[in-house]
Design a protein around this ligand. Sequence first.
Ligand SMILES: O=C(O)[C@H](O)[C@@H](O)[C@H](O)[C@H](O)COP(=O)(O)O
Length: 267
Amino acid sequence: MRAKALPMAGITTATTTDKKKVEVFDSEEALAASLAKYTADLSEKFCQERGCFTVVLSGGSLIKSLRKLLEPPYIDSIEWSKWHVLWVDERVVPKDHIDSNYKLAYDGFLAQLPILPGNVYAINDALSAEGAADDYETCLKHLVNIKVIEASPLSGCPKFDLMLLGMGPDGHVASLFPGHHLCNEKEKWVTCIKDSPKPPPERITFTFPVINSSAYIALVVCGAGKADAVQRALGKDQHAADLLPVQMVSPEGELKWFLDKDAASKL
Ligand SMILES: O=C(O)[C@H](O)[C@@H](O)[C@H](O)[C@H](O)COP(=O)(O)O
């Protein structure tokens, strides 16, 4: 698998292998435009192939980077009624709390789209962290049983069509933080953390077996504050020891990095 450089409009650099692609954009604006096209193309592919499209959201700046989907041509062309929306992680707070990833996505994205309310799967905010994680795992099992979510023939885990991940400056993804034992969880699909270094401390999160069963993962990373972690993950000096969580992202399908030039400045 040799990496090759691809010249593309509005993109400073693009490298690709069979399963891993990296694109660096001159601006977050150009990144958002490309992310919208990527998502829309996958939506069309999966709606045609499976009759539905399962999309997993993160919290953080990702939601703003999805804004171009709210504009023509995508707002009118995407088959929104076939979308099923879930969260890779959620903070254990009420759904109308300022820290809620559901609220962030609803206010900034979902409220403006004709996605069926029954196809939006928020965590149960009436439960404890453990209860909410178990309840969300039960929800995933149900969606796999009724074939809304595919099952991975390799891992037996849910195989989401598209997972949209952000990354923290420390290299965390979802609520899986560097050095935390939850990064090595192999049995559970969904688990909880009560000592998250990024506030708020209580969260639920998908585990790596589920994340890495995905058909497509987009890793969306902007800003100079992320440059060190990006360098560790994609730079020349790779060490197998002490992997950052972002380095443990390795889906069955395709992984595509969307970087702005500040995030890529140390590559
Ligand atoms: O709930 C969360 O905190 C997230 O899901 C988290 O994993 C986020 O995606 C990263 O921290 C990046 O966030 P930013 O893009 O805002 O830096």
